[in-house]
Design a binder for this molecule. Structure first.
Ligand code: MN3
Length: 199
């Protein structure tokens, strides 16, 4: 990999997610935190290339960990931005393939929502609530703590909710459940369905 990763632009204006997600918090989260992951990923890749060129692999474990940590951060945040759009109080997925999969996998949309919220609020420390698709097209909800370490092979993430403190503290302080409630209003279900339909 020689190409540098770049910070993707947001697919909406910085104030587009108000009042559920403040412009100030979005600027900090995207321009500083996500940018930090992109820089960290590029640095790790550069150091791994140097190791290949010199044959000095003495720090390989360190740079692999750095690559995993920053790479997962970059990947999850890129997904997270696209998972949201301007919010509304009664935000729900429309009828279709994804909605059918939600019914099949969780029993009802309300049950899905209750489990997704509970799993996300219960993340210990920093992490993400994740909705993912398995190779058979069934949906699963799980929490990702320490995003560089936890991965389930074969699961494709469709929807992620960031519950690192930097994602909500400025606006919500310690009220993580309130942030998760408002995240639900911001979900771009068309984006989630597009990802579900991808083979
Ligand atoms: Mn974040």
């Amino acid at each position: 990999m020689s190409e540098e990763f770049i910070l993707p632009d947001l697919p909406y204006a910085y104030n587009a997610l108000e009042p559920y997600y403040s412009e100030q918090m979005l600027r900090l989260h995207h321009d500083k935190h996500h940018a930090g992951y992109v820089n960290g990923l590029n640095m790790a890749l550069k150091k791994l290339k140097e190791a290949r060129d010199t044959g000095d692999y003495s720090l390989i474990k360190h740079w692999e960990r750095e690559m995993a940590f920053h790479g997962a951060g970059h990947w999850f945040h890129s997904l997270f931005w696209e998972n949201m759009h301007p919010g509304k109080e009664d935000n729900k997925p429309g009828r279709g393939e994804l909605f059918d999969a939600i019914l099949r996998s969780f029993g009802s949309y309300e049950k899905f929502l209750a489990q997704f919220k509970a799993a996300t609020i219960a993340v210990e420390g920093s992490g993400w609530g994740v909705l993912a698709k398995d190779p058979e097209g069934n949906l699963h909800i799980f929490a990702v703590e320490n995003h560089q370490k936890v991965w389930v092979p074969g699961l494709a993430p469709l929807l992620v909710c960031d519950v690192w403190e930097h994602a909500y503290y400025l606006q919500y302080q310690n009220r993580r459940p309130e942030w998760v409630d408002n995240f639900i209003k911001l979900i771009n279900w068309k984006d989630v369905e597009k990802r579900y339909k991808k083979k």
